[in-house]
Write a protein that binds this ligand. Structure first.
Ligand SMILES: *Cc1c(COP(=O)(O)O)cnc(C)c1O
Length: 303
């Protein structure tokens, strides 16, 4: 029986800067392995998976994907079969060097490695039919786990304990998590999304698919060059943030968001005496892989 408990994450005060109060919602602590927003996104999908007559759950992701990691962990915990369609054929020879895939493999996830070109077919019905022929009765969950059931789960991130805040901030990848947050936000609240990728124009339309509200804005200047790109400044920021506040940020999503929030506060973009709630969506499993890459380049690593 797959069951995810109803959880309200803890709100923690972090700091005050120019009379703006910043707190964090600790979604990163929701589960030791199925962390943050991936727990929320899987919750109702796994219910649907269990209610259907499926042999396995198949999903898509890059080699360091938090979603692949979380899905594999859920498969192990609840005893169902998982298949990961992974971007990049060359990765198949490097599974044991890759902390994310090594973990997923140990959880029992089976992989299908596809070229970048084929990976782009991931929503193409013919490609999905071929996958069904290959793997049988599969529940297909798209990249990042985003669909309407995922949004339903993400609507449970906010609750009675978060109604007082003026502004809610969230890192954005596919736009699923922020859509759920927008749906359950209060009318007086503004939701700010920080895309972790370049060329994030498509996100507005993605969010419109799942939400009719318009109390949100996307801040697209803090992607640090693109998805999973970092620089010394960002890594230094992560390390000093941890020293100052005891909170670890992940380099792909939450660090870029937090950097952006502090920058906007310094610029005076928030109303005087307003309160901000930052969603810590997790993603800390990605730090080992990032440190491997930083080490290879002789750069400072994340502490
Ligand atoms: C996947 C992920 C996101 C992005 O979520 P989307 O629903 O794809 O927008 C944000 N933060 C972390 C830590 C993630 O792992």
């Amino acid at each position: 029986m797959i069951s995810f408990p109803d959880i309200q994450s803890e709100v923690q005060f972090l700091f005050e800067l120019t009379e703006i109060k910043v707190s964090v919602l600790r979604e990163d602590l929701i589960h030791p392995l199925i962390s943050g927003n991936k727990f929320r996104k899987l919750k109702y999908n796994l219910k649907a998976f269990e209610e259907g007559n499926f042999d396995a759950l198949l999903t898509f992701g890059g080699a360091y994907s938090n979603h692949i990691f979380a899905t594999a962990a859920a498969g192990k915990e609840f005893g169902f079969k998982t298949i990961g369609v992974i971007r990049g054929e060359e990765i198949q020879y490097k599974i044991d060097e890759n902390p994310t895939l090594k973990f997923a493999k140990e959880c029992g996830m089976a992989f299908k490695f596809v070229s970048r070109e084929n990976y782009r077919q991931k929503t193409n019905p013919e490609f999905l039919e071929e996958l069904k022929k290959e793997f049988g009765q599969i529940y297909i969950l798209q990249e990042g786990g985003t669909n309407s059931l995922a949004i339903k789960g993400c609507e449970e991130i906010l609750g009675n304990h978060t109604k007082e805040f003026d502004c809610i901030c969230c890192a954005v990848g596919t736009g699923g998590t922020i859509s759920g947050i927008i749906n359950s936000s209060e009318d007086h609240q503004k939701v700010l999304g920080f895309p972790a990728l370049k060329d994030s124009e498509f996100l507005k339309d993605e969010i419109k698919k799942y939400s009719r509200r318009s109390n949100f804005e996307l801040i697209d200047e803090f992607h640090f060059g693109g998805f999973a790109k970092t620089n010394d400044e960002l890594i230094d920021f992560i390390n000093s943030f941890k020293r100052n506040f005891g909170l670890t940020l992940d380099p792909i999503y939450t660090a870029k968001m937090m950097y952006g929030i502090i920058e906007l506060i310094k610029r005076g973009n928030f109303e005087n005496e307003s309160s901000i709630l930052v969603i810590h969506t997790g993603g800390l499993q990605g730090i080992d892989a990032m440190n491997q890459r930083l080490k290879r380049k002789n750069k400072t690593e994340i502490e």
